[in-house]
Design a binder for this molecule. Structure first.
Ligand SMILES: Nc1ncnc2c1ncn2[C@@H]1O[C@H](COP(=O)(O)OP(=O)(O)OP(=O)(O)O)[C@@H](O)[C@H]1O
Ligand SMILES: [Mg+2]
Length: 216
């Protein structure tokens, strides 16, 4: 099986406590996997390890069959990874919705007009065109979450790492996200407390325990 990434015997302790050990996970090309677990189990920490934001772990991370041993090695693949943090309040770099979504393409060298057109398309897909010119920090938490998802999807990453993508969304927005993510053929890891949500998205669900991932 062609693998997007593999975790081999990952153990992690943060400044205060040992969170987990014996984490083994192979996520194949376009495979969708969900991770659930109690508050504080370390789900967000595990996602940060896969996203290359936490390097203080033991074990091995492989991206596209390449062992990643340093932050420098991770950089080669960073644009292939779309990471949605659990808290998106620090996520945005531009004042308005359209500017911020466009910025993800502008910083990769796309022309303004092309970036604008693509940003409008993604806002339409997510049903948030009406938010186009709003100041992001005036938006509700749920609206900000959808804008953040738009900013990730527009760059067409190969792997999506989504930490609680629907935790502030109403049921109609949640349904929109389910339809969108179901229509996207990419490798994905989705962390969520909403079992009914992830059951509609990911055929493979693991629970994060301190001694490993348990298939549910
Ligand atoms: N930078 C940090 N320094 C110290 N402790 C931290 C740090 N980040 C997280 N923690 C602690 O590590 C534990 C795991 O946090 P993490 O956010 O990974 O859990 P989680 O499973 O995502 O929880 P939740 O379901 O509440 O989102 C928690 O007890 C948290 O307080
Ligand atoms: Mg978390």
């Amino acid at each position: 099986m062609s693998c997007s990434f593999n975790l081999k015997n990952i153990s992690y302790k943060n400044d205060t406590k040992h969170l987990f050990s014996n984490i083994n996970l192979d996520v194949g090309h376009e495979q969708k996997v969900a991770i659930i677990g109690s508050n504080g189990a370390g789900k967000s920490s595990l996602l940060k390890i896969i996203a290359g934001l936490e390097s203080n772990y033991e074990g091995e991370l492989h991206l596209f069959h390449n062992k990643i041993s340093s932050k420098k090695e991770y950089e080669r693949f960073r644009s292939d990874i779309g990471y949605l943090p659990q808290d998106v309040s620090d996520f945005f770099l531009c004042p308005t919705v359209i500017e911020d979504v466009m910025f993800n393409l502008r910083c990769r060298g796309e022309k303004k007009e092309e970036a604008y057109t693509k940003a409008l398309v993604i806002l339409e897909q997510l049903n948030i065109v009406h938010l186009k010119d709003r100041i992001i920090y005036d938006l509700s938490g749920g609206e900000q979450k959808i804008v953040a998802i738009a900013g990730i999807l527009i760059t067409k990453p190969k792997i999506l790492l989504l930490d609680e993508p629907t935790n502030a969304l109403d049921s109609s927005s949640e349904q929109k996200i389910i339809e969108l993510l179901n229509s996207i053929n990419k490798s994905m890891v989705i962390v969520s407390h909403h079992k009914s949500f992830i059951e509609k998205l990911a055929p493979t669900i693991y629970e994060l325990k301190s001694n490993g991932l348990k298939l549910i």
